[in-house]
Design a protein around this ligand. Sequence first.
Ligand code: FAD
Ligand code: NAI
Length: 476
Amino acid sequence: MAEQSFDVVVIGGGPGGYIAAIRAAQLGLATACIDDGSRSDGKPAPGGTCTNVGCIPSKALLQSSENFELAGHAFADHGIGVAGLTIDVAKMLARKDKVVAQNNDGILYLFKKNAIAYFHGRGAFAGRDGERWRIAVDGPGAGSLSARHVIVATGSSPRALPGTPFDNLRVLDNAGALSIPEVPKRLGVVGAGVIGLEMGSVWRRLGAEVTILEALPTLLPAADEAIAKEARKAFTRQGLAMHFGVSIGAVRVGEDRVDVEYKDAAGAAQSAGFDRLIVSIGRVPTTAGLNGDGVGLKLDSRGFVEVDADCRTNLPGVWAIGDVVRGPMLAHKAEEEGVAVAERIAGQHGHVDFNTVPWVIYTSPEIAWVGETEQHLKAAGTAYRAGSFPFSANGRARALGDTSGFVKILADAADDRILGMHVIGPMASELIAEGVVAMEFGAASEDLARICHAHPSLSEATKEAALAVDKRTLNL
Ligand code: FAD
Ligand code: NAI
């Protein structure tokens, strides 16, 4: 097979890889992207974890299940009667699959539009000729490529409980959790992290009895403590049974049930039986099959590809981005790194500001934050002022019928610069963008407080939280 030569070869077509490829192509670099994702019929499914078994399908199911919950519980308040409410799980899953396929097709279109050569298969380092890397592609789009620059964007895979492999029948990873064929009566979840809370919420709303078993003593320790406290109250009220400080013991997988033995926070032996068990205890970087060892690609002690602040690996011309390297495992972080690396390859000065990467958890209420938490500022001895405003005092939230939660802004006591913004409540995922922009522009809380916000809108709660920093809210 004749070798095809490129300026840049990207291995992995998730949000890190495909965005890096687009930016490289925009900058005039001859670019190829290799991705091994396939649909059930064998057709290409670029987009990685995010598109196929992550961000996109989870948000599709969160929306479907939220609609079901609203129809069952909230519509009555609006005078809307719903009789004989049912859920057709097969249809809901088919809709989710359609949303995913639309995104796969969208990426294939973007590859064409940007003249990116797409190879459907598994990419591996095959050696080096002078200043060029040789990459072999194995699969339906088999080929032999060479390039001066290689971007490794191979993502991550779910971490299993020791001794309990995923079978995606009873013991489910993220892919299994997104495809349960009927609402389980009793659903167990190990890990109260982002996946556990989002997927636990989906199946609880649809009628499952959900029990979450978490090793740590508290919920969401990375979030601001006030937000985590509010979230715990809200999820408990909704009926998610959460047990903290547990230590998982034997897991017995039967034909139609899973039994879990664990020690509770007090050290007492407990056991629970479930129809299905989601294991969401974090993810591990994917480096298998790359032949990284063969070319001396250095990994860190946790198995991530080791990179410097600019995503350079130890090998010349080899870069790595996204979930396979240090930092938060988030699609938008992977994308930002992809853009920055493509720009660096083209001789520009790409930049990623890790201090302003937003976090969002798409539960109800939604949770979102950017920047510092109050407990972190206290620990660091930074003098700050805090302002909060509850959605219960916001007109738009009242009209929506969703007044849970609040916005909180933390500002430097000396110069009023915004250090963090935290939201729990309706549309937190959208509201947080204002905090990110404000922080990127080095705004003070007074800047936000003096900006005209549309009325009635949820964003007025952000303005009021900024006013609260100076103890001068107008509507509270
Ligand atoms: P990936 O998306 O994992 O893509 C890597 C791709 O490379 C995959 O297609 C993989 O098969 C392929 N690959 C691996 N090795 C090779 C090889 N040798 N050759 C060819 N191809 C290869 N993040 C958010 O920001 N927001 C969310 O709402 C969100 N929701 C999530 C929900 C779930 C259930 C999960 C599991 C994750 C979620 N994430 C979310 C995290 C997000 O999916 C990841 O951070 C993101 O996908 C990482 O992008 P990436 O490009 O680094 O890797
Ligand atoms: P996570 O890191 O968010 O949470 C894992 C949880 O499992 C932690 O609370 C941890 O303490 C707990 N845990 C670990 N080992 C355990 C054990 N043996 N027993 C009990 N509990 C244990 O990881 P998760 O939920 O698997 O998600 C992986 C990543 O995917 C996230 O870190 C996030 O970056 C990304 N993601 C992002 C989403 C978003 O942005 N909305 C949605 C879903 C996932």
